[in-house]
Structures are given as C-alpha cells and as structure tokens.
Design a protein around this ligand. Sequence first.
Ligand SMILES: *Cc1c(COP(=O)(O)O)cnc(C)c1O
Length: 469
Amino acid sequence: MADRPAWLDVVAPSGAVRQRLLAGVIERLQLYLDHRADLPVAPAVDADALRAALAAEDFRDPRPLGELVAAVAVALEHGMVHTGHPRYFGLFNPPSCFPGQVADLITAVINPQLAVWSHAAVPVEIERRVIEEMGDALGLPPPVFGHFTTGGAEANFTALLLALTRAEPRFASEGVRGYAGQPMLYASAESHLAWFKIAHQSGLGRAAVRLVTTDEAGRINPVRLDEAITADRQAGHIPVMIVGTAGTTTAGMIDPLPDIAAVAQAQRLHFHVDAAWGGAAAFSPALHPYLVGIEQADSVTVDAHKWLSVPMGAGMLLCRDADALRETFQVTTGYMPQGSEADDPYCHSLQWSRRFAGLKLYLSLAALGRSGYGEMIDHMTGLAELLRNGLRQRAWTVRNPTPLPVICFTGNRGDDPATVAARLQTAGGAWISAAKYVGRPVLRACITSFETTEDDVMRLLDLLDEARR
Ligand SMILES: *Cc1c(COP(=O)(O)O)cnc(C)c1O
C-alpha cells in the first residue's frame, strides 16, 4: 500500500474510491437531467469572467477529481445553451437518449480499438450489423457496406473521395492531376455548405462545388442540374458526383430524389444522398415514402447524433460498392496486424484509431426497436404539426412545405425575424433561431427533443407573441 504512487490513485483509483467517485458523477448527472427543464435554455455568458476563471486554474497544483467534477457541472449548467432542453427549438441538436449515454460510458471505460477486425471482432461486427440495418431501413438493396464517422461532414467527405476514386482510378495516386479536367460536384443552393470545406480538403477547391438553383420551396431543380452538368462538360470540366439532400438543414426540404437519380444515371455520375438528419424518417412508416429515390443512391450519409438522438460523435456512411470504398482507403503497413484487411475499418475509412461510436446506435436501436424509433419520430412530427397550426392561428405564415419537424415562418406585421429571435432568446424561456430560407429571412423552429411536450409548444407560441410586440 505504501508504494502505490499518488498519480496511480488518480488515473486508476482502486475499488471503493472509484465507486464513490462514480456514484458522485452519476448523482450530478441525475440532478442535471431531473432539473434541465427548469434551467434557462440559454444563460447569458460573460466571456471575460469565464476566461479569467479558467486562467486561474493552476495546473501545477492538482485538485481532487470529485471537487473538479462538481465545479465543471456547475459551470456547464450556467455557461452553455442547453440544447437538450425541451424548449430548445434550434438546430438539430437533440438531447442524448439513455441507451446512447450508457453505450458511451461503456465505450469510454472498455475503450476498444476498432482500427482492425482482429483487435475488436465484436465491436467491428456490431457496427457492420447496425450499418446493414440502417441500409435496410432506408430500403437500399443489400449488401450495404460502410462505417461510422464522427458526423455528417466526415461522411460527406468520405462520399466525395469515394466518388472521385470510382470515376478516375488515377485519383488515388495522382490526386486531382489524375483528372483530364476540373472535377465538379453538384448540390442544391439549400444543401449543407460543409461541401465547400470538403471540396477544399479534397484538393478540388471550393469552385468545384456547383450550387444548383432550387424551386421556390428549396428543392433542387433537376432540369437546372442537368443543364449545369452538360454546360460543365462542354467547358472541359469533369462532373463526378451529384448530391441530393433529404432534409435540408434550414427547412427540412427533400430534394426530388427519383429525378436526381435519373440525371445521375443518364450522366453516369455518382449519386450521393445527404440524409444527415432526415434519414431517421426511414423508421416512421408515415414518413418513409417521402424518402423515395434514396434506394437508388450509390452512397448515403445518416447522422445518428441528429434525429436518432444518440450522443454526439456518430455519423454513418453507407455505400453499395464495398470494393470501391476499400480501394479508396486501402493501405498496407509493416506495423498493423495483417490478414483481415477487407474487414478492417482503417482500410475502408478516413479514420485510423477508431472509437466504438456504433455501440450507441446499436443499443438504442436494439432497446427501442425500429417501431419505437418510429413512434418517437412520429411524436415529434405531430408536435411540429401542432406548432404549425398554432402559428397560422396567430397570424404567422409558415413558409416551408415539409413533413419533417422544422418550421420556417414569418410574421405578417413586418416583424424582423432576427429581432424576434433575439428577443425570445434573451427572455430565456425558449430558444429558436433566425435563418435564411430560399433567400428570405425567416424564423426557424425545430422540434429536436423527444422530451418536448404540447405544453412546451403552446409556451413557445405565447413567447413568440410577446417577442413580436
Ligand atoms: C448536420 C448536417 C450535416 C453535417 O453533419 P455533422 O454531423 O454536423 O458533421 C450535413 N448535412 C446535413 C443535411 C446536416 O443537417
């Protein structure tokens, strides 16, 4: 006992101490979950005071972990937007579901390394199973292959690298110089603009992203899409990939996927669907029909940390051409375990060392069942319908025709959306944002929490009335 060093007691506290500390952490978290709905959604933060407090932390003078945990919990309570709050109607940042929280705890403690199959057979196979299940739920023809990513942006980046490698095998060795012209990709003007960063990262350059005109509701115009591709070919460019968005970030609009699929087929281009948050609609029998056309995609992005409500850090890239995905990311080294490369996640994805992100979706899906997820999703779209009707009754105009639970609306009295949103945010009872939807400033309210109730929706309607006065 005498020779157990102090540092070891911190990194690996023994039995009883560990249990006491963990119980303390769990008690704190329980308190947070039980009282979150009573907190201000977006407490005001004094940035200078915050930085000063953190500057005062003296890392030469270690503090007990229990004390630190308590301090961090209090700081978080007062210093962030509580995106998990039932009256947070902002972007698609749901509270994390309980099975997902449990999964992340297990993952953090056991900490498997998913780079190679032979080091993590069970985790790798669990992830593969979940990817296949997601593909099946979406209606993709089997076999569906893919992997977990940190989120939608990484999955979309992966899709572009895959498309570039499929279209021109020399891309693997020579990069963009392997192409006889400038490779181009096509997405709508309402798509998620990480595409610009992705084009930059891939070496294509941001000018490679063609933002195609949409209709007045924000859905890509397939005729303009086809024209843009033809014009680019005539100019000596090389079209590579078309992106359909199933659930735009601003307005939840779903591009006409069958029309885009037809253009992709006629133009012989990779068809990617970005269903980062809309993809969850696959679990709702009522909403699934709106995703028609997604089954024709060569690859699909779905974020588990959006509408599937698992803790942050879980996206998925699904694809049908497993060999092409392996070719895109294949590598051999002298130091990695050999023999299972076809199944090794590091040989078919961007990441190398890999966290067990898939467990949170596995546990959630297995505990809820597909139908449980469907009911959760229908509950949220039902609340969105309640909100839509309430807005209309109170003389707001709903602008976006979507079955998904995000509502873009404007006032009829010349109310400036940014001013109304700012007033409402400052008042503190709820949080919504101002956004731009097909060029028009709007207020944007999204049902993003599975804990939001009808009362919360009615409260938002009242707060909106107050904020416009
Ligand atoms: C959120 C979102 C993304 C980006 O996903 P991250 O998980 O934030 O990386 C991409 N596309 C769409 C449509 C999104 O809503």
